[in-house]
Every structure is written in C-alpha cells, then in structure tokens.
Design a binder for this molecule. Structure first.
Ligand code: AMP
Ligand code: ZN
Length: 116
C-alpha cells in the first residue's frame, strides 16, 4: 500500500492524531473516534495488513500479540471483572471500513448478543 493511502498507517506514522492507549515496537492501541461503549479501543499491528483474508502463517504471532494486548488493556481499563468483547470485522457484511486489521476492544456496558 502506498504511503498515505491507509489512515491507520498514518496514525502509526504520527501524521494523523489519535488518543493512544498503548504502544510498543509492533503494536499500537488507540481510542476509537466513534466509540460504541464507555471503552472502545482499537489494537493494530504497526505493520500494514489489509484484512484478515491477507493473514499468512507468519502472522500468527502478530495476531496473538493483538489479542493479548487487547486483553491486557481490558484489565488495565478495569474491564476484567464485568467483561468485554474483542471483535475483528472482515468484509462488507461485517461493516469493515478501514482496511488495516484492527481488533476492537469494547466494554463498560452490557453488550447485546447476537450483535446487530
Ligand atoms: P471497522 O468497521 O471494523 O473497519 O472499524 C473501523 C473503526 O475505525 C470504526 O470504529 C471507526 O470509528 C474507527 N476510526 C476510523 N477513523 C478513525 C480515526 N482517525 N481514529 C480513531 N478511530 C477511527
Ligand atoms: Zn495501514
């Protein structure tokens, strides 16, 4: 993907501002601009991966990191007792809108199931 074409790569590069919740060499977590709950954080790999359909066997550790980091954030944001949800969207039916994989961490309210 060419530089500037992906909004989340722009956030990683610091060219678009975000409210960062966590970052290290490989992972960035930031608060969703349109939160669906009292807590709504997006956890992304700093390296661009377009969608779940583009995951390769070499990405297994990256996906594991995202899940573990999101869970650590859930705990640090006080959600471990009452619960939370982690969601990867993929494709039109799921409403996938930013084509750089991101794990949604949503919590702080009762979440309906099945999702809408
Ligand atoms: P999805 O529907 O899974 O592709 O989710 C994309 C998410 O990115 C949505 O929840 C948006 O509100 C969120 N989003 C889009 N642009 C930004 C941004 N600049 N900063 C933070 N969150 C964003
Ligand atoms: Zn990207």
């Amino acid at each position: 993907m060419s530089p500037g074409a992906c909004i989340f790569c722009e956030i990683v590069a610091g060219r678009i501002p975000a409210r960062v919740a966590y970052q290290d060499e490989d992972v960035l977590a930031f608060h969703d601009i349109n939160p669906q709950g009292p807590v709504h954080v997006l956890v992304i790999p700093k390296r661009h991966i377009t969608s779940l359909l583009d995951l390769a066997p070499g990405d297994d550790a990256t996906v594991g990191r995202l899940v573990r980091q999101a869970t650590d954030l859930a705990s640090s944001l006080g959600l471990s007792e009452r619960g939370f949800r982690l969601v990867f969207n993929c494709g039109d039916d799921a409403g996938y809108s930013v084509y750089h994989i991101h794990l949604h961490l949503v919590g702080g309210r009762k979440l309906a199931w099945p999702p809408g």
